[in-house]
Design a protein around this ligand. Structure first.
Ligand SMILES: *Cc1c(COP(=O)(O)O)cnc(C)c1O
Length: 383
């Protein structure tokens, strides 16, 4: 498939990087379960030498995901954290990271506990007012790192405005696009320099594989990341690449249903007396609603809310639904519920990124909407 930019998202998902295999004509890129490749002569090879460096199943996935993000370069990793880590490896001691002040707990842990040991500095910032970034710009800042919508508070940051400020100061903007997926939001087109993903979530979409991905149009970063991918070796195996690519094919139709079902759940939450604030970027009252409407195709499948009766009842609720499974992670076809303060975001306890203890996070799946609404309603009625 050439001229990918002429095709729609669904077409790209099914065809980019996925020409029929040359030897047999297999329509689906095979799982090349090999660690090495025979070479015709010393110093000559057919494009692949060793499977840490490259694997055709991985190439297919990298080309497809890059095309979905509108990127020239795509690089896959063994997990979202491996993708994050490989991007951060490019920083030097003394470099400073601005981290949006609501972020995935693992990203916070990696930066605050591991990278600071290597001399990298960081500070959290409330990027809902991008001007704050300008006013307090630290000359050592080389990277601004944000998620939008954020995990788990579903705060929306203005990618375009933040990219403009970041670039004016000569730094790079990285957007973790895991929550939106490239179907709902394409940060590179809005000015971001790099996009990262936990493909474990919406892109894989079936809760059966862990993976990570980075996309960029920056040639220099792409070359460095390729070098680091091979040097560090946190690469996904061919089976994982196959499953992730299989998931990516249906991303668009799944996301449409996730968004529809999330809307129904939000309606229930807004009308239920046990529920306090409902955090969803598609709500008119949400502070980021206008930005979300501008930079996202729809508001997504993640919904968070606060339980009026407090922490204990929030935990009780999270353990009492039947269809919403109590579990970490998100973005799969089945609905999940969790208590971020005690689960996914425990590593941020006591930090500026701590989350409220009465918060419950839902990953709304693609089950029959009425069933999901009934399940959550009866659990809410009981608390
Ligand atoms: C899950 C997640 C990650 C980490 O990805 P893994 O695949 O679990 O390593 C990073 N960012 C966000 C927003 C996530 O939800």
């Amino acid at each position: 498939m050439t001229n990918e930019t002429e095709y729609g998202f669904e077409t790209i998902a099914l065809h980019a990087g996925q020409n029929p295999e040359q030897v047999t004509g297999a329509v689906i890129p095979p799982i090349f379960q090999t660690s090495t490749y025979a070479q015709p002569a010393v110093g000559e090879h057919l494009g692949y030498e060793y499977a840490r460096t490259g694997n055709p199943t991985r190439t297919a996935l990298e080309e497809c995901l890059a095309a979905l993000e509108g990127a020239d370069h795509g690089i896959c990793f063994a997990s979202g954290m491996a993708a994050t880590d490989t991007v951060l490896r490019r920083l030097a001691p003394g470099d400073h990271i601005v981290l949006g002040d609501d972020a995935y707990g693992g990203t916070f842990r990696l930066i605050s506990a591991i990278y600071t040991g290597g001399g990298v500095k960081w500070s959290p910032a409330d990027l809902t007012n991008p001007a704050v970034l300008d006013a307090h710009w630290n000359p050592a800042t080389t990277v601004v790192w944000l998620e939008t919508p954020t995990n788990p508070l579903l705060t929306v940051f203005d990618i375009e405005a933040i990219a403009e400020i970041t670039h004016r100061h000569g730094a790079k903007l990285v957007v973790d696009n895991t929550f939106a997926s490239p179907y709902l939001q394409q940060p590179l087109a809005l000015g971001a320099d790099l996009v990262t993903h936990s493909t474990t979530k919406y892109i894989g979409g079936h809760s059966d594989v862990v993976g990570g991905f980075v996309a960029t149009n920056d040639e220099e970063w792409a070359n460095d990341l390729r070098y680091l991918q091979n040097a560090i070796g946190a690469v996904p195996g061919p089976q994982d690449c196959f499953l992730t690519l299989r998931g990516a094919k249906t991303l668009a139709v799944r996301m449409d249903r996730h968004c529809e079902n999330a809307r129904r759940i939000v309606e229930l939450l807004l009308s239920h007396p046990a529920v306090g604030d409902v955090l969803y970027p598609g709500l008119d009252g949400h502070p980021g609603a206008q930005i979300a409407a501008r930079q996202m195709k729809a508001a997504g499948g993640m919904v968070s809310f606060r339980v009026k009766a407090g922490m204990e009842k929030a935990m009780e609720l999270a353990a009492s639904t039947k269809l919403f499974t109590l579990a970490e992670s998100l973005g799969g076809v089945e609905s999940l519920i969790e208590h971020p303060g005690a689960m996914t975001h425990l590593s941020a306890a006591g930090s500026p990124l701590e989350v409220p203890d009465d918060l419950v996070r839902l990953s709304v799946g693609i089950e029959t909407a009425d069933d999901l609404v009934e399940d959550l309603r009866s659990a809410l009625d009981r608390i």
